[in-house]
Design a binder for this molecule. Structure first.
Ligand code: AMP
Length: 188
């Protein structure tokens, strides 16, 4: 059965790692909007260069641009057949509402999971890694954008009874086990 999942988590919560594990386990395409934008930036298309300027500042791209990107990706054959694991989308209330519309009001979604790691812990984790867009300013801006905009997206899934919060503090294996448990329960 296809699995259709949205994964939330602030920067440094281990979302990328867990999405890779989940994608392998459930054989579902991992759709990371951040990865898609970084690929476009490396290819130096005009869209990619525009995206990079937002990413380097830790700012969100406009909703209409992101919606175009995601709409096209969700229409692809692998998604239609196997479902999707959305990583990094939706990130605003507008994106969340548009996604739910696209998915028939939520009927096309199994679950949204929130990997919860408190801000003070993610700051320690981020300090220990180096991605080239991880300037201190960009990290702060991303955490602020999460609190300002993405929490409102989370609230929409919560209000529809589609959100489960999973404790993201622990080893990657421990968190992965909690996620599988939440997904099995939410799917049943
Ligand atoms: P991520 O790898 O998910 O942390 O995304 C890296 C950067 O790409 C973000 O800081 C934003 O600048 C941009 N980005 C990714 N997904 C979105 C989205 N859904 N809406 C707006 N901007 C996004």
């Amino acid at each position: 059965m296809p699995l259709r999942l949205v994964v939330f988590g602030r920067q440094g919560a281990g979302k990328g790692t867990q999405c890779a594990l989940l994608s392998g386990h459930y054989a579902v395409p991992h759709i990371s909007t951040g990865d898609m934008l970084r690929e476009a930036a490396v290819a130096s298309t005009s869209f990619g260069l525009k995206a990079k300027s937002y990413m380097d500042r830790g700012e969100l791209l406009p909703d209409d641009i992101m919606l175009g990107v995601i709409e096209e990706r969700l229409a692809a054959a692998d998604v239609v057949e196997h479902g999707f694991l959305l990583d990094g989308f939706p990130r605003t209330k507008g994106q969340a509402e548009a996604l739910l519309n696209l998915l028939g009001g939520g009927a096309g979604l199994d679950l949204a999971v929130n990997i919860e790691v408190p801000e003070d812990i993610v700051l320690g984790r981020i300090a220990g890694r180096a991605r080239d867009d991880d300037t201190a300013h960009a990290v702060t801006a991303r955490l602020e954008a999460y609190a300002l905009y993405t929490m409102a997206a989370l609230a929409i899934f919560d209000s529809k009874g589609l959100l489960v919060t999973v404790d993201g503090v622990g080893t990657p294996d421990e968190v992965f086990a909690r996620l599988r448990e939440a997904i099995e329960a939410g799917r049943a």
